[in-house]
Write a protein that binds this ligand. Sequence first.
Ligand code: SF4
Length: 281
Amino acid sequence: MSRSTATLIWLFANKFLPLHFQNKTAMLFDKVIFGPIRSRRLGISLGVNLLPPTAKVCNFNCIYCECGWNTSGSKPALNSREEVATALRAKLTEMKVAGECPDVITFAGNGEPTIHPEFEAIIDDTLALRDELCPSAKVSVLSNATMLHREGVCRALRRVDNNILKLDSGIDATARLMNGPQQPDYSVAKVAERIAAFDGEAIVQTMFLRGEVDGAEVDNTTPEEVEAWLALVEQIRPRQVMIYTIDRATPAPNLHKVTREELEVIAARIEAMGIPCSVSA
Ligand code: SF4
């Protein structure tokens, strides 16, 4: 994947096109299909949101999530397989007729796409629509890697062009602080083992930041943190690593960006392993 494509995916991951502001820090996509983003440099990218248009649904609660904090109470229904296929067919047809097929179709949106019970079937539908209408488009999925115990999710992720999986720390306590996983037995070792099972076809995505959360310091750029994370990346041997930092307001108020220079130093260590690494800062 080119650096520009990696950057484009990062833009989707960071809600480049906010359509509905929930509060001053959170933003939600209010449609099943969002975009496209058109850029002379990056090409054309179309987003797919499997989650409800009015609520975030995720089994993480990341301190930097641009959808905001998770909320309690009942949630609206997820977008159905049929809704997704219908909306995607309509949009791809419109773009094909206009002579502007997307360069990439990206599953991101208001939460974690792989929790959708029909995720595998939706990916199959998407690949079929892509092949029929815009065969040059790549299909990308941004996931927090928590559903890799489901065989159907792994099968689907093996079929997409860019399987992009979150791994923010090599230390459990830091991952818990940064990501707020709902799974009591969450462990970065187990997640790394499952990502490694993609045999070098996965892409690892990592947010670097520092600051304070509920009185606790968080900083995944310390030497101890970077060493632990590098060890997992070495174990996984992904096709690529994408590292980035905060770009806009976060639900946790006291978080800070790290500098591009710091990210470049980390990226150089990944590149030294023979793994391409893109930086967005
Ligand atoms: S994985 Fe984290 S950043 Fe992504 S939607 Fe869930 S809480 Fe937000």
